[in-house]
Design a protein around this ligand. Structure first.
Ligand SMILES: [Ca+2]
Ligand SMILES: [Ca+2]
Ligand SMILES: [Ca+2]
Ligand SMILES: [Ca+2]
Length: 334
């Protein structure tokens, strides 16, 4: 059984009648996780800078790693498409002149996920399936480049996701400009056609915020039942507005926010109700003066120091604070 269906089932049971309707929503309104960032995240673009950039531009390590899950029920070829893979023209962030190169590489096989969960590790484990370096190239400006076709079984099989995992790494290999881009997991080489049950996740999320104060971006770490406490880390938030944590048991909580080229950390204990749910980190920009071109890097670790995954579509759905939940005593297990 699909893990998120299982999770929904458990949560629905806990919520009773209302929860059953909420859980049914998964089947009535299937969500697609294939655009990365996903619609529910409301993030304009991912961002990776060239390795000669100052980290004050908002990228701590010039690397973004995403994992895609192709469900075992899907047997056709599939593609990983990259929007605006070039560094130049529209969308991208210039530093004097565009002179940056980004290497996109796709991995499958044993270890592509299980050996590379921490972005400070080697991160190129697994079998290299495809690679391409992009620079200033108008032919890819605001266009899609397609990696593939790939066969799902070329991925690393993960029982817990009932699917095959693939990894794509965006690495700044030269220059000092910002490459902004998006991904799509597609069943077509020429269009964005979602794969039913497909999913994507990352452990360290490097992205661009909107250049307006109306849009709120979100990311959704999944907190499983082993998690006792988490540490949320943000890099180069530039003293923009607020980073809020919303959960089933928190109306909202403010996180410590970072300034220019620095890290900030907030640690908090997980409540019983929050186990096996997704958290909603909300990025609410300051209205005046507005911070433009704000790039930020976010990660979350549990009490063991393990990174928690951000699924582009939250497992169990977007968490909503449940009024009255906080007033109920927590039943202790003996
Ligand atoms: Ca430059
Ligand atoms: Ca471009
Ligand atoms: Ca780009
Ligand atoms: Ca920033």
């Amino acid at each position: 059984m699909d893990k998120r269906v299982l999770v929904r089932g458990v949560v629905a049971k806990a919520l009773g009648f209302a929860g059953v309707f909420w859980a049914m929503g998964a089947f009535l309104f299937p969500v697609t996780a294939q655009p990365v960032p996903a619609k529910v995240e409301n993030i304009p673009h991912l961002v990776t800078f060239g390795n000669k950039a100052e980290t004050s531009w908002g990228d701590d390590d010039f690397c973004n790693i995403f994992f895609f899950i192709v469900p075992k029920s899907y047997q056709g070829p599939f593609y990983i498409r990259v929007y605006d893979p070039d560094i130049g023209g529209e969308i991208d962030e210039i530093n004097v002149v565009f002179d940056t190169k980004t290497e996109f590489s796709v991995y499958g096989g044993e270890g592509c996920w299980t050996d590379d969960i921490d972005p400070t590790g080697t991160f190129k484990n697994g079998t290299l399936l495809a690679k391409k370096v992009f620079g200033l190239s108008p032919e890819y400006d605001q266009k899609w480049y397609t990696f593939g076709p790939f066969n799902p079984t070329e991925g690393e099989y993960a029982e817990e996701f009932q699917g095959y995992i693939f990894k794509i790494i965006a690495l700044g290999v030269d220059g000092d400009d910002g490459n902004l881009y998006n991904y799509f997991l597609s069943s077509s080489a020429t269009q964005n056609l979602p794969i039913e049950g497909g999913d994507a996740f990352t452990y360290e999320y490097g992205f661009r915020l909107w250049n307006d104060t109306v849009n709120i971006s979100h990311i959704y770490p999944y907190v499983d039942n082993r998690v006792v406490s988490i540490k949320q880390t943000n890099f180069d938030w530039d003293d923009d507005g607020e980073i809020r944590t919303v959960t089933v048991a928190r109306l909202y909580q403010l996180n410590k926010v970072s300034g220019e080229d620095e890290w900030a950390e907030s640690e908090f204990k997980i409540k019983e109700k929050e186990k096996n749910t997704s958290f909603d980190f909300q990025f609410i920009k300051r209205k005046n003066p507005m911070v433009r071109n704000n790039n930020v890097v976010i990660s979350v670790r549990n009490q063991y120091g393990e990174l928690l995954p951000f699924h582009t579509v939250p497992i169990g759905g977007v968490p909503k604070f449940q009024y009255g939940a906080a007033a109920k005593p927590i039943r202790k297990k003996h």
